[in-house]
Design a binder for this molecule. Sequence first.
Ligand code: NAD
Length: 280
Amino acid sequence: MTNNLQATTTLSNGVKMPWFGLGVFKVEEGPELVNAVKFAIKQGYRSIDTAAIYGNEEGVGQAIREAINEFGITREELFITSKVWNSDLGYESTLKAYENSLAKLGLDYLDLFLIHWPVEGKYKDAWRALETLYKAGRVKAIGVSNFQVHHLEDVLKDAEIKPMVNQVEYHPRLTQAEVKAFCDNNGIQFEAWSPLMQGQLFDHPLLKDLANKYNKSVAQVILRWDLQNGVVTIPKSTKEQRIIENSSIFDFELKAEDLDQISSLNENHRVGPNPDNIDF
Ligand code: NAD
């Protein structure tokens, strides 16, 4: 399945989503952003993960247009994700947020549009808006982010269309067993954000040992563990060397006991907010 950079998982509606992509959280508009996205696409990345709140959709769009013109790839080969921010959750406001994201990106459709956070009392109206967009053929796939099991159950209760993806914080110190099992059992593709724990795992002794054993870097071992666990992963880097390094994970395989050892590092430790306790 996951044997090359453009390998895909098939979402519940048949849409193919790359297992691997580039995240652009905290990358500001400007040449660093445009160059990183273009470089990644040139190296074979096909999936880019942005969000309205990142404030960089225009630069991502510029990079996509330039990559299409310069590298001879087509829009259809790319998989572009964005997310509706909390202040835009609601039926009409989410519809409008989608148009805003498209306008900034300069695209006429997204491959995946996500509800960024499960704001109580708001996310179900937003889900209806995503269903409307999906049924009108405006977006290839729809999903959620940072949803716990109870949020997913709540949405599924009334949903006409099931979320196709749930993007959550996931790395060796936060393996989210319950959310992952629920997603796996309900045909919701599980996707990792901050897969490298924002750079806080590189000195871990076990991960360093495994990196030596496989002659790979710690980042590559972690990202390979994602893939072998059936998790879509979108590490962020703007550095060319790391963009290459992070994607060079299709030429080795972790043994089952090593996958288990990595998973046993779980401490339910978050670097980001707890979705049950958000105040933004
Ligand atoms: P990450 O775990 O991808 O870590 C990124 C950090 O690690 C960067 O500072 C980078 O410099 C460093 N790094 C990357 N590759 C490296 C390498 N090979 N060697 C050494 N250092 C390396 O963190 P992230 O950016 O928070 O998460 C990835 C993506 O997930 C984001 O860019 C964004 O697209 C998405 N995200 C989504 C949410 C959400 O709420 N849905 C939240 C956070 C992030």
